[in-house]
Design a protein around this ligand. Structure first.
Ligand code: C5P
Length: 242
């Protein structure tokens, strides 16, 4: 499958058209960014680790009835996917309070959130991804109330499946962000990626961080070891390619 035209170059991924109008090729680059892209470094093989981790997670979600844009992994860092018209909402699910939640609200770091919390932020770096509510989503014309309900339900299902899958690998899913889009028939599918870039993952024994938070905290030299640890734990030996 040949990459044709570059249609979107994001902070860490590039999206290309293919000979099939309904499909895209997503290249996971080795870039790592923080602070709405203000800080950027290149991490060796990070794109491959994230693409392989994402592909594995998308397959697990599909096996559990969640529809995703994933079709195939063409190369270690190149994914073939259904073309989606992305909905500019970052759907965040939190099982444990930390990060921006404890910075912005009076809740103690580490508080278990039961039921899990679903939050929707506008995907727009220029506005620093402000939090949305139902009225704002309607006013901005981003999604209908029915679509918001669908996104909420899908995000909670993803949380259930992924929390169970990861805990078997000794990883606590603290929180994560997902993005959705519409295919050519208007079906809403999970898109983008699910990787240590967009999740907080803690070792279930030591509570050590295994995700991009290390980079956000400036511990750049520890980041790839954490990503490789996640890869080693969730990819069975006979599926390992790096
Ligand atoms: O920073 P905050 O606590 O709001 O992040 C919640 C979760 O969403 C974290 O897992 C973080 O990695 C993810 N996130 C993301 N992209 C953003 C904002 C948050 O992947 N732009």
């Amino acid at each position: 499958m040949d990459k044709k035209e570059l249609i979107n170059s994001g902070k860490v991924k590039s999206v290309y058209t293919t000979s099939n109008d309904d499909e895209v090729i997503i290249e996971f680059r080795d870039d790592m960014t923080a602070g709405d892209g203000a800080r950027k470094e290149v991490m060796d093989k990070k794109g491959s680790y994230n693409a392989i981790i994402s592909a594995k997670i998308f397959k697990v979600l599909e096996e559990n009835g969640i529809k995703t844009q994933f079709i195939d992994l063409l190369e270690n860092n190149v994914m073939l996917a259904k073309k989606l018209d992305m909905i500019p909402i970052e759907v965040i699910v939190r099982n444990i309070a930390t990060g921006s939640l404890v910075r912005n609200y009076p809740i103690e770091d580490g508080t278990k959130l039961n039921p899990p919390m679903v939050q929707m932020d506008l995907k727009d770096d220029d506005y620093h991804d402000p939090m949305l509510n139902d009225s704002l989503i309607q006013a901005l014309g981003i999604a209908t109330p029915e679509e918001v309900e669908f996104l909420t339900k899908a995000a909670l299902e993803i949380n259930d499946v992924l929390s169970k899958f990861l805990i078997d690998a000794g990883i606590i899913l603290v929180d994560f962000k997902v993005e959705f889009g519409k295919d050519k028939d208007g079906n809403i599918l999970l898109g983008d990626e699910i990787s240590p870039d967009g999740c907080r993952l803690w070792d279930s024994e030591t509570l050590d961080m295994l995700d991009k938070e290390l980079f956000r905290e400036g511990k750049d030299s520890e980041v790839m070891d954490a990503y490789i640890e996640v890869y080693n734990r969730i990819i069975p030996d006979d599926e390992k390619v790096i």
